[in-house]
Design a protein around this ligand. Structure first.
Ligand code: GLN
Length: 564
């Protein structure tokens, strides 16, 4: 095997940032000139996360080749140049599905099918199919926390993997927690010791420990961890909290992680060139401006469920040396007619979503943005709601709706395609992955992309009903992007509005910190312009008021109070 492999496990508790660590290791090794791939193995039994609630599992990340995957793949693509795909994420469910199918076909020749070796062999097969002949380094993140029952077959498989391929080729990195305890005014190493003990009891000796903490670890703490956990002191790496996640590759480099990986895996690589990462962090730290963007949804405050979207907005801000302040607006509030939360935002975004709750509030948000000339971006469901709003309030089709929410509505301006109407299964029945889109010259879409042929990722069942396109267009809502055959409407925009754009696809999946997606670049720009406009109007109003006040004062020489 030419490719070297790093396994990243997690200890103590979840949410330690194993995914970000795996992505940052990828970035750091890419900066040394290596070609990297990442893989995420998830111990849950769902065949893929496609049918899981984003509120439980976080965002479903969609790849170019149409796989519905774990959100960590988003980190991998944002931090490195790889394009992930169907083979970059698998679950216990997938592994068992394959093994059981094989068993039914009689491929095990009557033998008893067991976790070891059949499940573990299938896991190893799925790891080995990820790298191609160009891959120097494969970074495999093992989901879950060491000590969970579910992850045991994965840990056994990676133990065997190192046994099969040798310690020159395989490295174990364990991400653990070193908490600071306020009352003792110390950081504590015991959770790390216990977690490593757990790993060693199943035959895995970690080579490197990535210690998550709110601070960098002092040398004596590193020494203590090294001694108790049986690793080199230099292999105890601090992973302190950082203000921007894009700082991580730089921090890891300063901690000597890259050198350590190269020396343990016997890799000859140049010094890392982190210029682009440093520039990014610098742009982030020196942001001069701020735009407030209102995101309207049901549970939009759960950042995990809109991971890529939130990152894409940050990227959009970074290009303009600006911060974006995200204001989460509950669609329920708008539904009840309360608009205070949208007042004063510089732009409104209605993201993708499924299910009826909160839909009327989203439609109200679109109306507000359209009528008050507030920059608006609607993504997937957000675009569909923009079309429904326009049909209802501009075309006068009061009963306009999407089939998703009312299949008996008089005007199904958002509908299923004919072949979709026959489908009854839930998993994997959507338009998924990359589709080409043709952009009309002269449109806002064209100005955004600077190209006529684009490709974006989809994840939806419903489409704009083309029977209504002509009427929509006649009143000013144009389909500026369509499928190459012109059949499917992919983007809409409004004539005479400062910035109003809806897209049926999810641009956020493809935004990177060093290559922000043009839609978010333009959207944040529009928000910044809006803020300035608003400030100018406020200033003018303020001046007007001041003038009025002084003129009142001038005409009241007799000591009459200005109010009189
Ligand atoms: N629920 C809508 C559909 O299935 C939109 C999906 C989305 O926003 N990703 O078409």
């Amino acid at each position: 095997m030419k490719t070297k492999v790093i396994f990243v496990t997690g200890g103590v508790l979840s949410s330690l940032g194993k995914g970000l660590s795996s992505a940052s290791i990828g970035a750091l090794m890419e900066a040394r000139g290596l070609t990297v791939r990442n893989l995420k193995m998830d111990p849950y039994i769902n065949v893929d996360p496609g049918t899981m609630s984003p509120y439980q599992h976080g965002e479903v990340y969609v790849t170019d080749d149409g796989a519905e995957t774990d959100l960590d793949l988003g980190h991998y693509e944002r931090f490195t140049n790889q394009i992930t795909g169907k083979t970059s994420n698998f679950t216990t469910g997938k592994v068992y599905e394959t093994v059981i199918r094989k068993e039914r076909r009689g491929e095990y020749l009557g033998r008893t099918v067991q976790v070891i070796p059949h499940i573990t062999n299938e896991i190893k097969r799925r790891i080995l199919r990820v790298p191609d002949d160009k891959t120097d380094l494969l970074i495999v993140e093992v989901g879950g926390t060491v000590g969970d029952i579910e992850s045991l077959p994965f840990l056994e498989a990676i133990r065997q993997f190192k046994y099969d391929h040798g310690s020159d080729n395989v490295l174990f990195i364990h991400v653990t927690l070193v908490p600071y305890i306020h009352t003792a005014d110390e950081v504590k190493t015991k959770p790390t010791q216990h977690s490593v003990k757990e790993l060693r009891s199943i035959g895995i000796q970690p080579d490197i420990l990535l210690c998550r903490s709110d601070r960098r670890l002092a040398p004596d703490i590193k020494k203590k961890i090294a001694l108790f956990c049986n690793v080199d002191q230099a292999a105890v790496v601090s992973a302190p909290d950082v203000k921007s996640i894009y700082h991580l590759p730089i921090v890891f480099n300063e901690e000597g992680l890259g050198d350590m990986v190269c020396s343990k895996l016997n890799i000859w690589a140049r010094h890392p060139d982190l210029t682009a990462w440093r520039a990014m962090v610098e742009r982030f730290q020196t942001a001069e401006d701020v735009a407030t963007i209102g995101i309207v949804g049901k549970y939009v405050h759960l950042v995990e469920s809109y991971k890529s979207l939130n990152e894409a907005l940050v990227h959009g801000g970074m290009t303009h040396r600006s911060r974006v302040e995200l204001r989460y607006i509950s669609s329920d509030e708008l539904e009840k007619g309360r608009y205070d939360s949208v007042e004063g935002v510089d732009a409104i975004l209605v993201p993708g979503g499924f299910g009826e709750r909160g839909v009327e509030g989203k439609i109200a948000a679109v109306r507000y943005a359209r009528e008050k000339n507030v920059p608006f971006l609607g993504i997937c469901l957000g675009m569909q709601m923009a079309v429904v709003e326009f049909a209802r309030n501009v075309l006068g089709l009061e009963e306009a709706n999407s089939r998703e929410f009312d299949q008996d509505a008089d005007h199904l301006v958002i509908d299923l395609m004919e072949e979709q109407k026959q489908v009854t299964m839930k998993g994997g029945t959507m338009r998924l992955g990359a589709y080409p889109c043709h952009v009309k010259p002269g449109s806002l879409a064209h100005r955004i992309y600077g190209a006529e042929e684009i490709s974006e990722r989809h994840r939806h069942r419903y489409e704009v009903n083309s029977a209504y396109l002509e009427d929509l267009s006649a009143k000013g809502m144009k389909a500026s992007g369509t499928s190459p055959d012109g059949q499917l409407c992919e983007t809409v925009e409004l004539e005479g509005h400062p910035w109003f754009f809806g897209c049926q696809f999810h641009p956020e999946y493809k935004s990177k910190p060093n290559r922000p997606h043009p839609i978010f670049e333009h959207f944040v720009r529009a928000a910044l312009d809006q803020r300035r406009r608003r400030e100018a109007v406020d200033a003018e109003a303020g001046e007007g008021e001041a003038q009025l006040a002084s003129s009142v004062l001038q005409v009241s020489p007799g000591g009459v109070s200005p109010e009189s």
